[in-house]
Design a protein around this ligand. Structure first.
Ligand SMILES: O=P(O)(O)O[C@@H]1C[C@H](O)[C@@H](CO)O1
Length: 309
């Protein structure tokens, strides 16, 4: 079957009506388990789930190519998913894709929600992970574009995420804040083993076989959307950062709450500057350009990892 965009009308079941396959604005509560079940049912109705997708993928900025590599793809635009906001960040297409990658049936978020986008809260940003869990995902591959802080990193390198520092989460902006329905998972979650050691080892083996440069390090998520000042870069470097970004940690936190194993990697799209007297401008365009250049590379890497999971 060729790639299919699913454009049929649907009934969303969450206080909304159907109009040309696009849901009206619905009153979705990201902390309501019942709303999540209705959202999941809507997705199930719109796709032909040939198998249980046990592997989930989240594409970072400009890394949508990974989604384009999926075979027999069924493409569900976010606007057809009741409760899903629309992503407005350039480089995030806004599709949920089902199909085959590395010989496995996968579900892929081709575009993600960032806390700095309009009307977001962290629980809403992480709702796709809860949806994936409902659909049967056991292993999640998260990717992002990030600024390199570790002096050994070069533009275009990949960094396997070994651990993270979730700045918004440390300041009380966690997806787990607020009412917690125990059906989502425990109230208090231990994030001591966020990035699965076995999956990291597997990725190292894949990188070696494919002759891909793969560093390992700590990813820091700040709230964005502004990039860091040189002093902030120095601060993050001092506390152990290897790469800086604006996403991922909220998704990983929710994944761990519901018991999903996580593998994460960053594409180094720019080198973060530490010298205010030698200022270097960072732009989203250069981030996207770096991601575009690395698209095939990232796709091969992810495909090979999936085939060995
Ligand atoms: O979705 P990711 O984390 O890959 O996006 C990065 C962080 C910002 O959203 C944007 C900045 O260029 O790219």
């Amino acid at each position: 079957m060729s790639n299919t965009a699913l454009t049929n009308g649907h009934t969303n079941g969450i206080n909304g009506t159907t109009q040309n396959g696009v849901h009206d604005k619905v009153d979705f509560d990201p902390r309501s388990y019942d709303d999540l079940i209705m959202l999941t049912e809507s997705v199930r109705r719109q796709v032909d789930l040939k198998e249980v997708p046990t592997i989930g993928i989240i594409c970072g900025s400009g890394l949508g190519k990974i989604g384009d590599c999926i075979k027999d793809a069924q493409i569900l635009p976010f606007k057809q998913i009741p409760g899903f906001p629309t992503t407005h960040v350039i480089g995030h297409k806004g599709n949920l894709i089902f199909g085959y990658l590395g010989g496995k049936f996968v579900v892929c978020l081709q575009g993600r929600f960032h806390p700095y986008e309009h009307g977001m809260d962290l629980a809403l940003c992480a709702t796709p992970v809860r949806l994936m869990h409902q659909l049967g995902v056991k292993n999640l591959i998260v990717s992002n574009a990030a600024g390199g802080v570790n002096p050994k990193f070069n533009y275009g390198d990949l960094m396997l995420i070994k651990d993270h520092i979730f700045m918004p989460g440390l300041c009380g902006f966690s997806p787990l804040v607020g009412v917690n329905d125990p059906r989502f998972g425990p109230r208090f979650v231990s994030i001591h083993d966020a990035y699965d050691r076995q999956l990291r080892q597997l990725a190292q083996n894949v990188a070696k076989d494919l002759k891909i440069v793969l560093h390992e390090g700590t990813y820091v998520m700040s709230g964005g959307p502004q990039y860091e000042t040189p002093a902030e870069v120095v601060f993050f470097k001092t506390v152990g950062a290897d790469a800086l970004g604006m996403s991922t940690c909220h998704e990983v936190t929710v994944a761990r709450q519901c018991g999903i194993r996580v593998f994460g990697f960053s594409l180094i799209t720019n080198i973060a500057n530490t010298d205010a007297d030698n200022s270097v401008e960072v732009t989203h365009e250069e981030v996207l350009e770096a991601a575009r250049e690395a698209g095939d590379h990232a796709c091969t890497f992810v495909t090979e990892i999936i085939s060995r999971v």
